[in-house]
Ligand binder design. Structure first.
Ligand code: GLN
Length: 215
């Protein structure tokens, strides 16, 4: 396997790309901007940033990225934040799903107008063993996570029980934006998911062998 820093792509069509790049660098990984299908080659993982999911979805379609992104998510770790979580979800309400690769249901802008933007502190044991330091979670016109089924499980909740983050194997989804805080624990957690998934071989082999079996 190639040595050197873990290479994490960031879908760079629209939204919070630079912020994720900064967090990844601080956590010791190498960020790579992804705008075309070939930019996925050789990446260890991918982040789908926040932004506007309808815009990101339209641009991804225009650049021929939807199917390559689905194939990538079938074999590599992918983390969606906010709009990125909407991209991942199999159920987004009335509209057809965008990538539809993760067993979660979400509702866009479900936190309503007055709560367009808020910060809260969450205890997330999953990101750090024995964590006692709350994570500052920033919500910006966030989608709500309304369901997690199959192998997907909720890993963070608001104080009132509302689910706000989920994990399904190598897929991670957060309704909030860890990249705009100084706290890199979610990025480090994602890097841990990547190194655990890393034993499966080089991306070329995986891409070739999985080509026929993707949804
Ligand atoms: N409201 C946006 C959407 O529905 C998501 C907002 C965000 O990513 N900060 O796509």
């Amino acid at each position: 396997m190639e040595t050197g820093p873990i290479k994490v792509g960031i879908l760079a069509l629209q939204g919070g790309v630079a912020e994720h790049a900064g967090s990844l660098r601080r956590a010791g990984a190498r960020p790579v901007a992804v705008r075309l299908p070939e930019h996925l080659d050789g990446l260890d993982a991918l982040i789908l940033p926040g932004g506007e999911s309808t815009t990101i979805g339209k641009l991804a379609k225009r650049f021929g990225l939807l199917e390559p992104l689905r194939q990538f998510a079938a074999v590599r770790p992918v983390w969606g934040t906010c709009a990125g979580m909407i991209l991942l979800a199999r159920d987004i309400g009335a509209d057809p799903p965008l990538l539809g690769v993760m067993d979660i249901g979400v509702r866009r802008n479900a936190f309503g107008r007055q709560a367009d933007s808020f910060v809260t502190h969450l205890l997330v044991p999953e990101i750090e063993e024995g964590a006692t330091r709350p994570f500052p979670a920033v919500f910006i016109r966030a989608p709500q996570l309304v369901a997690a089924s199959g192998r997907a499980r909720i890993i963070a909740r608001l104080a009132d029980g509302t689910p706000v983050a989920a994990r399904e194997g190598r897929l991670l989804a957060t309704a909030f934006h860890p990249e705009i805080t100084e706290d890199d624990r979610f990025h480090r957690y994602f890097l841990k998911i990547i190194s655990q998934a890393g034993e499966t071989g080089p991306p070329e082999t995986i891409r070739a062998s999985s080509a026929g079996e993707n949804r």
